[in-house]
Ligand binder design. Structure first.
Ligand code: ADP
Ligand code: MG
Length: 282
């Protein structure tokens, strides 16, 4: 019943032909790969172990957790391969493209559409939190449409070896802190709440097209985030429902203890009820 992808000691290149690069991070790259026998295409995340030196046992734990993830809004881990220097995570290839690109291409787009996207993200995050996983790196680039179909579902693509990438992620975060919660920036202890903050930032962007916290000067940007200082600026937000604003305000809440958790967010009328408007917002 429980999906447990097998770990292969054989060389991945015997089984898959690695093809073009889809993305690149500090510890890893993601490529398209084709199964040599079946011709089926997959996405392979290749992680350089040297970046994780001294933490190999942590890595084993994280992979064990990733293997258990089985949710309709999270990309599936199919199998893993390992060499002394690299770890390969074979994932289902999704083909619908990134969230923001698709929204920008669409002629019309409503609050209801944004609410449907956020609903799926919250269901996935709730599931991760129940497994004790904090994603820590939720942002639009990590939210992909499964297929090019109009009614395609959204999947979280980045397994983000969250604990493993601790140091790296923090320094990356300091490069682009747009989605980072105040308590993370202040290097306080943090928990699941940081993911709900990120959902608040993503919701804000989906409704107006620009981020809630922005300054060319990083120090000023940090200050804005630490104070949770944002506005629903006129005229951009004038036609957006009070319900949407109320929802976002509960997520972009500076105090993690007062911030909505997944259950509360899922119960909000903008997500679960009919409060999201059906009129075009761009
Ligand atoms: P990183 O840690 O480098 O951010 P991600 O897992 O987010 O790694 O992948 C980087 C990029 O690769 C994503 O933004 C996405 O465009 C692409 N990608 C990742 N996983 C898949 C997948 N399963 N199918 C298709 N594209 C993917
Ligand atoms: Mg990513």
């Amino acid at each position: 019943l429980i999906k447990e992808p097998r770990k292969k000691a054989e060389d991945i290149s015997v089984v898959y032909e690695l093809k073009e690069k889809l993305g690149e991070g500090s510890f890893s790259e993601v490529r398209v790969a084709q199964h040599r026998r079946t011709q089926r295409l997959v996405a392979v995340k290749c992680i350089h172990k040297r970046a994780l030196k001294g933490k190999e046992s942590l890595l084993e734990n994280e992979i064990a957790v990733l293997r258990k993830i089985d949710h309709t809004n999270i990309v599936s881990l199919e199998e893993t391969f390992e060499t002394p220097t690299k770890l390969y995570l074979v994932m289902t290839l999704v083909t619908g493209g990134e969230l923001l690109d698709r929204i920008l291409e669409r002629g019309n787009y409503t609050e209801k559409d944004a609410s449907r996207v956020i609903h799926q993200v919250l269901e996935a995050v709730k599931y991760l939190h129940q497994l004790g996983i904090v994603h820590r790196d939720l942002k639009p680039e990590n939210l992909l449409y499964e297929s090019p179909l109009e009614d395609s579902k959204i999947v979280i693509s980045d397994f983000g070896l969250s604990k493993m990438e601790e140091q790296g992620a923090l320094s990356t975060a300091c490069g682009t802190p747009a989605y980072v919660a105040p308590e993370l920036l202040q290097q306080k202890t943090y928990g699941k709440e940081v993911d709900l903050w990120a959902v608040g930032v993503i919701s804000y962007i989906l409704l107006c097209g620009y981020p809630p916290f922005y300054d060319e000067n990083d120090t000023k940007l940090y200050k804005q985030i630490i104070k949770a200082e944002f506005e629903f600026d006129s005229p951009y937000w004038d036609a957006i429902s009070d319900s949407a604003k109320d929802f976002i305000s509960h997520l972009l809440q500076k105090d993690p203890e007062k911030r909505y958790n997944c259950e509360q967010a899922l119960k909000h009328p903008w997500i679960s009820g009919g409060a999201a408007l059906e009129k075009n917002i761009h």
